[in-house]
Design a protein around this ligand. Sequence first.
Ligand code: TPP
Ligand code: SF4
Length: 274
Amino acid sequence: MIKKTDITWCPGCGNYAIRDVLEKVLHELPIPRKDIAFTSGIGQAAKMPQYLEVNYFNGLHGRSLPLAVGIKLARPDLTVVSYSGDGCLYGEGGNHFIHAIRRRLDLTIITSDNQIYGLTKGQSSPTTDFGVKNALDPRGNENIPLNPLSLAINMGAPFVARGYAGDKDHLGGIIREAILFKGTAVVDILQPCVSFNNINTYQWYHKRVFKVDNTPADRYEAMKLAEQWGDKIPIGIIYRDDKAECRELAKIFREPLTEADIREHLAMKCVMMR
Ligand SMILES: Cc1ncc(C[n+]2csc(CCOP(=O)(O)OP(=O)(O)O)c2C)c(N)n1
Ligand code: SF4
């Protein structure tokens, strides 16, 4: 049983609201808890699975997706969720983000996006807005921000959404849909960091977010929606294609590795090496 006192996030951190939502969604999902596996990297967001009653593998910074792909390979029957921060998933793990989506597996990729490296005290992250000044970037961020939604659509993700920690009911609906979706589902969550990001605050988001009523069926329309940022920020399911192909690694490798006759695989490798 996880005690509230075990949690080391700052009071007011947006991750508390996201945790409440995840607890509720996990409780209500028609999937037994034993059949769900979370993976994460390093950071404040990456602690999330530790604070849920769920199976998890907490790995290296930026490496939550290789773990998720590996688990899906060994145990295709499990529902696999990769969870981390924007630095971990889009920065150190950016390469994996791109290539995991290209594999077209049944995975859910969720990010607490606070537009900052929180655990290491507020450096600019891949999603920090251009020109933003912070204690560690006093001249302002000179890098063009990465847009995780348009990148995911571009790479072929068939389910792409944005949630907001300040709207728990709406966020819960998105996460539930994403986990139940058959294919790669990407959910970026706007998560205020009250200690190091004094720009993208709850007040800042409240003024800007609006809910998407009709998810575009067209990829290019979805891309336009995904590109909206600034005075108006769309939240909801930005793109969804229920007909997209979902590959099963077990079929690619013929069977889950846990069931494979390893001698047969080794024999094959020896033949190939000759
Ligand atoms: C390869 C590697 N690089 C850097 C670090 C140091 N490091 C640990 S957590 C972290 C930042 C985490 O930021 P983010 O992923 O955005 O999550 P947050 O803490 O904001 O939730 C960094 C840079 C590390 N542990 N490993
Ligand atoms: S530093 Fe920011 S992200 Fe980390 S726990 Fe505190 S408020 Fe949350």
